[in-house]
Design a protein around this ligand. Structure first.
Ligand SMILES: Nc1ncnc2c1ncn2[C@@H]1O[C@H](COP(=O)(O)OP(=O)(O)OP(=O)(O)O)[C@@H](O)[C@H]1O
Ligand SMILES: Nc1nc2c(c(=O)[nH]1)N=C(CO)CN2
Ligand SMILES: [Mg+2]
Length: 222
């Protein structure tokens, strides 16, 4: 299972991932109606999933609903007056954009991991329509779901597959070595080379989407 490989590769702590998941689990209630709504948005549909790579702005014009967006990529949509149906986030992107989209109707899928515990504690109470995810495969918690995946972008794809998408069309999913201010709000330029950890995360994202493409048709916008 790739999770254990990721733990080793990044030296993450499974104990911290579990601690974070338990904290999020204690802060939200499993919302059956919201889960049904997500299913009705995604099931048997061609789902557009966007990441925050350099091609994001070029790809925005091709978007259709249902629209699932990774974290800070929601800011680019908001700037174009487009409200994503669903935002998949570990709460490390532009929180103002995420909160505004949430107020205007985006469902937020908040991911618990060992390095976002403080963000979960401070930001989840400010959100409505939250679905919680965690990343420890064998962990069962009543208020969270496990969909697989790792980074916000590939997890958005796994989330869509989990809820029965027929096909995925991906925008802003460049992977590679370059990142944008939608991914890192404090960049000086619009696009810069990511640090080694970010580049390694993007390699995992690419690998996990390749793995998922064995189970569901995935097309990349060009
Ligand atoms: N070149 C790219 N730069 C940034 N994000 C990309 C790129 N290509 C694909 N993506 C996807 O867009 C998502 C944007 O989300 P975000 O920048 O918040 O990352 P993240 O998963 O939270 O990782 P990190 O912990 O490094 O912030 C990434 O998770 C990634 O899967
Ligand atoms: N423990 C831990 N887990 C993660 C991390 C991270 O930095 N630490 N980053 C992720 C990217 O969205 C996903 N999962
Ligand atoms: Mg993020």
């Amino acid at each position: 299972m790739y999770y254990y490989e990721i733990l080793k590769d990044f030296n993450f702590s499974m104990e911290k991932d579990i601690e974070s998941a338990k904290i999020l689990n204690s802060m939200i209630k499993r919302d059956e109606e919201l889960l049904k709504e997500v299913e009705s948005i995604i099931k048997d549909r061609v789902v557009y999933v966007y990441g925050a790579g350099p091609s994001l702005l070029r790809h925005i014009e091709y978007y259709k609903h249902p629209l699932v967006v990774a974290d800070g990529a929601c800011k680019a949509f908001l700037e174009n007056d487009i409200i994503p149906d669903i935002i998949v986030s570990d709460l490390d992107g532009d929180l103002n954009a995420l909160k505004e989209c949430n107020k205007k109707g985006s469902i937020v899928v908040v991911h618990a991991h060992g390095d976002n515990i403080e963000r979960i504690k401070s930001e989840v109470p400010k959100l409505k329509d939250v679905i919680g995810t965690h990343q420890v495969p064998d962990l069962k918690l009543e208020n969270l779901i496990y969909v697989g995946g790792f980074t916000d972008g590939d997890r958005a794809c796994y989330f869509s597959k989990y809820f029965g998408a027929k096909k995925l069309i991906l925008g802003g999913m460049d992977f590679g070595e370059f990142i944008t201010k939608y991914s890192r709000p404090n960049l000086k330029r619009d696009v810069e080379r990511g640090d080694e950890i970010k580049i390694k995360k993007l390699r995992w994202a690419k690998r996990l989407i390749e793995l998922l493409s064995r189970e569901i048709e995935i097309e990349f916008l060009r």
